[in-house]
Design a protein around this ligand. Structure first.
Ligand SMILES: [Ca+2]
Ligand SMILES: [Ca+2]
Length: 344
């Protein structure tokens, strides 16, 4: 009888390792998702509640004078902040990156699974974002600018997230796309409110509009706006580029005055199909330039569209203000997303 088919007695049966049992239970700490933007904000979603999530276990670096990530002259971002929402397993890190500058981020495997203190399983593996099924391994990624003509842009609002894809692949709306990217890249849309909505019941169209104002605080007491309450404009308006995409539900378009070439920073999302906003001749219609990419974005849009409508005066500017829990709905940040790659 060879040793290979010998039946072991129960007393010699090997005990299943702790590692294997954790794996069997799906009980490893992994990175499930990374969203990195082009101004130094990164959202990292973990698979389970974690310990040791802080500035000592997470570091970010810019490329340094050689312009290449991963070389000795890389410079650590000393201003990095870490916020950890354990209920949602979400880490938010921020640092002051130049617009579109590449960076790399490393999560140390000193980050532990809260339930059993095992190490982050962070190295890249095919399939899931991180991990090879064995506890231990830093999670180390780098970013590249999305140089495609259809990059992703994220609206982070107090009602949720809306991710859109810009349609820079349509040359007829190139100016509209680049204008909006300029407002996003300069941070001018950060902190703006959703100040207007139009519902199909009252007007036959369904939209939610933002990108113009930072607060309604002064509207309620009847005082006029100061410049700091409004988004600073680059110019008096861009050429109207309507008719390349239809005003269908889930599309993003530029708002304007009654004059055609007046779009600046204000935008609106179509919450319903609003083909009546498509052009019917020269100098008519509204320029659609991006589309919501997933159902989560539509859910956020619907939350804004269906929010309580308030009238806070100010010459009608805020007569159809959407509000959630009696508060302005704020767009915390609008930023282009970077592409994310394994760093080692
Ligand atoms: Ca370098
Ligand atoms: Ca591992």
């Amino acid at each position: 009888m060879s040793k290979f088919n010998r039946v072991k007695s129960p007393s010699h049966r090997p005990v299943e390792s702790l590692e294997a049992r954790r794996h069997l239970n799906g009980n490893l700490l992994l990175v499930n998702n990374v969203v990195a933007d082009n101004r130094g904000e990164v959202l990292i979603t973990l698979s389970a509640p974690a310990l040791n999530v802080n500035k000592n276990t997470i570091r970010a670096f810019r490329s340094g004078t050689d312009g290449v990530l991963g070389t000795p002259d890389d410079v650590r971002y000393s201003d990095l902040t870490v916020r950890y929402d354990q209920a949602r397993n979400r880490i938010t890190i921020r640092f002051n990156s130049d617009v579109n500058a590449v960076y790399r981020v490393r999560l140390s495997d000193e980050i532990r699974l809260a339930s059993n203190n095992s190490k982050l399983d962070g190295e890249f593996n095919t399939g899931a974002v991180s991990g090879n099924g064995t506890a231990g391994g830093n999670f180390h990624f780098l970013t590249r600018r999305d140089r495609s003509s259809t990059p992703r842009l994220r609206f982070s609002t107090t009602a949720g997230i809306i991710d859109v894809r810009l349609r820079g692949d349509i040359s007829g709306i190139a100016t509209t796309v680049s204008n909006f990217v300029d407002y996003a890249n300069t941070g001018r849309l950060d902190g703006t409110i959703w100040h207007r909505k139009v519902r199909t019941e009252t007007s036959g169209i369904g939209i939610a509009q933002g990108g113009g104002f930072y607060s309604t605080a002064e509207a309620t007491n009847g005082s006029f706006f100061e410049p700091s309450d409004e988004v600073e404009k680059f110019n008096n308006g861009i050429p109207l580029q309507a008719g390349f995409l239809s005003n269908l539900r889930g599309t993003l378009a530029m708002a304007r005055t009654n004059q055609p070439n007046t779009a600046t920073s204000q935008f609106y999302f179509n919450a319903t199909d609003n083909t009546v906003l498509d052009p019917t001749g020269p100098n008519t219609g509204y320029a659609v330039f991006a589309q919501v990419v997933n159902s989560a974005g539509l859910t956020t849009l619907d939350a804004i569209y269906n929010a309580t409508t308030s009238n806070v005066g100010q010459s009608g500017v805020f007569s159809t203000l959407p509000r959630l829990n009696n508060e302005d709905i704020v767009t915390r940040r609008v930023a282009l997303q970077m592409k994310v790659f394994a760093a080692d």
